[in-house]
Write a new protein. Structure first.
Length: 113
């Protein structure tokens, strides 16, 4: 009897096939959870921005910033409300402040991907 020195072609093809099947199962789940994580981060950022605006209103006798420029300078760039820096949209868009809208729509980002 002769001793075997390696794998046969069939054995190697079976291993590659099994790895391809596992990759086809795992990769879609990873990409789906990435989108879900971006949505969660965006919702958390939105809640933090609304909380910062509420704190701003408390500190300024119930008045919200009068313009988007004041929002950026007095709220987003303030170390009082965001000591570690302003939240950044996970979709790489800017958050927009609409001074005439109600508090539930005060901050929003431009359409994401």
């Amino acid at each position: 009897m002769r001793a075997r020195n390696g794998f046969t072609l069939i054995e190697l093809l079976l291993v590659v096939l099994i790895l391809a099947i596992l990759a086809s199962i795992v990769i879609p789940r990873i990409t789906a959870s990435s989108g879900s994580a971006k949505d969660s981060k965006d919702a958390a950022n939105w809640a933090n921005l609304v909380a910062a605006l509420e704190l701003y209103a408390v500190n300024h006798d119930g008045a919200y910033p009068a313009s988007d420029i004041l929002f950026h300078s007095d709220v987003l760039n303030s170390t009082t409300y965001f000591p570690h820096g302003a939240p950044v949209c996970p979709y790489a868009n800017a958050y927009v402040y609409i001074p005439t809208a109600g508090l539930e729509t005060v901050t929003q980002h431009t359409a994401g991907n």
